[in-house]
Design a protein. Structure first.
Length: 163
C-alpha cells in the first residue's frame, strides 16, 4: 500500500482536518454546527485519498479501504442502536426506578451506592462490552441520583473508570 504522508495528499488531508477543527472551535461565534465542517472535511479527505490512489492506478485499494471503514462505522452504529434500545426498554419498564426504590429502601447512602455501582461495573465489564456496561450503569446512576448533579457526575466517572 502506498504511503501519502509526504505526498500532496497527506498535506491536503491535514489542511482539511485543521480547517474543520478551527471551524469547530469557533462554532459559537459563526453559528455553525460542529457536524457540518467535520462531515465536509471527512468527505474531502476521502475524495483527495481516492484521487491519489486513482492517479497511481490503485483505485481498488481505495475502494477496499472505504468498504472496510464503512463496515466499521455500520457495526458501531448498529451496536449503539441495540444498546440504546435495550436501555430505553428497561427505562420504559421502570426498571431503573424500581432499582432506585429498592436501593433507597435498603437504607444505602449515596457513598455506598457509589461504591456499589463501581464494583458492579467492574464485575459486569468482562462479561458485557465496556460501552454497554457504561451505558447501563450510567443509566442506573442517573436514576438513583435524580436531582443530585454532583452524585451523577462522580458516579458516571466512577462507572467509566471501573468499566
Amino acid at each position: 500500500m502506498t504511503s501519502f504522508v509526504t505526498h500532496w495528499t497527506g498535506y491536503a488531508a491535514l489542511a482539511l482536518f485543521i480547517a474543520a477543527y478551527l471551524l469547530v472551535i469557533v462554532e459559537e461565534s459563526i453559528h455553525l454546527r460542529k457536524s457540518k465542517p467535520v462531515l465536509v472535511a471527512a468527505g474531502g479527505i476521502w475524495i483527495v485519498t481516492a484521487l491519489a490512489y486513482g492517479t497511481q492506478h490503485q483505485s481498488h485499494v481505495a475502494a477496499e479501504i472505504l468498504r472496510h471503514t464503512l463496515l466499521e462505522y455500520a457495526e458501531l452504529m448498529l451496536f449503539l442502536l441495540s444498546a440504546m434500545t435495550f436501555i430505553n426498554t428497561m427505562s420504559e419498564r421502570n426498571l431503573f426506578e424500581a432499582l432506585r426504590t429498592r436501593l433507597i429502601s435498603l437504607g444505602l447512602s449515596l457513598r455506598s451506592i457509589f461504591w456499589l455501582t463501581g464494583i458492579l461495573a467492574f464485575v459486569i465489564s468482562p462479561v458485557a462490552d465496556n460501552l454497554t456496561t457504561a451505558l447501563v450503569m450510567g443509566a442506573v446512576v442517573t436514576a438513583i441520583g435524580a436531582g443530585n448533579g454532583r452524585f451523577i457526575v462522580l458516579g458516571c466517572i466512577n462507572v467509566v473508570v471501573a468499566a
